[in-house]
Design a protein around this ligand. Structure first.
Ligand SMILES: [Fe+2]
Length: 283
């Protein structure tokens, strides 16, 4: 693997996402499966050719152990100036003889609202002053905030914020952050540019709502890697990625995407046992 892709993959997977949902393929061969407490690291397990040749390999680790191992690798192998979450146009190089480190960026905290961004005591809005300037691609995004007039007694309960303004100030790409939580329903918007550095294999379905610009999804069978679809999403398009696929995204220019996740811990079992269909809606 190219070292920049490798670092983007392990640092997202282990450090930022805690191994996320389901499978993270670093490429067509190597990756991890999250069992929510332990993690499989595999080579060839989800690659038809490796499987048929019986060359695939899987090893299971406690989550804390593999997480700290990947973090140590990420810190050690990241050169000064390389930001694994930034778009290629907004970071220094991952290449060259090992020099310096960039631990603040490697360990960049992933935004995870308890209720909703901007609520009292929750994740704060972004501003120039807090170190989040408007991205060069979103200079035309209006920055006004809604006016909230709560009934007396509900001042801490009613809140609203400008999601487009919030996303226009995102410094990271392909790194969904949780901006609102309603039980197991999580809104995880993100900004995307260039190529998603992993191929995400689902253990549940997930909804995509294209908020701006354009993303091309390459969709494959989760287990074999066989090509299933090419999905081009334009502003306002909504797609549900099935629970038996894997996908990688391409954004020709910086785009806003809302990923809507069902974080219910029962979902993988309900889907794999056939109690739930692999798609959330049928037409
Ligand atoms: Fe995904």
């Amino acid at each position: 693997m190219s070292v920049d892709s490798f670092l983007r993959a392990i640092i997202r997977d282990a450090v930022a996402w805690d191994f996320f949902y389901g499978i993270i393929n670093f490429d067509g061969v190597v990756g991890t499966v999250n069992h929510y407490g332990t993690v499989d690291m595999f080579a060839g397990r989800y690659n038809d050719a490796y499987r048929k040749a019986e060359l695939d390999h899987v090893e299971n680790f406690p989550t804390a152990q593999i997480k700290e191992t990947f973090r140590a690798m990420g810190e050690d192998w990241t050169n000064e100036g390389f930001d694994p979450f930034a778009s290629p146009a907004e970071t220094g190089s991952a290449f060259g003889r090992r020099h310096g480190q960039n631990n603040d960026k490697v360990n960049q905290r992933r935004i995870a609202a308890k209720r909703m961004v901007s609520m009292p005591g929750d994740e704060a809005l972004r501003s120039d002053a807090s170190g989040f300037p408007i991205n060069r691609a979103f200079l035309d995004v209006a920055q006004d905030e809604p006016t909230v007039k709560a009934e007396p007694g509900f001042e801490g309960e009613v809140q609203a914020f400008n999601l487009f303004a919030y996303l226009s100030r995102s410094q990271v790409t392909w790194n969904p952050s949780v901006v609102s939580v309603c039980k197991n329903s999580l809104y995880c918007p993100t900004t995307e540019e260039y190529i998603l550095p992993v191929i995400h294999g689902n253990d549940r379905y997930e909804w995509f709502i294209q908020l701006s610009d354009e993303i091309h999804w390459s969709v494959e069978d989760r287990d074999s890697g066989a090509v299933r679809a090419r999905v081009v999403m334009k502003p306002g398009d909504v797609a549900a990625m099935p629970a038996d696929i894997r996908h990688q995204g391409y954004a020709p220019k910086r785009a806003m995407l809302l990923v809507w996740e069902n974080a219910s811990p029962d979902m993988p079992e309900l889907v794999s046992s056939g109690k739930l269909p692999v798609v959330p809606v049928q037409f």
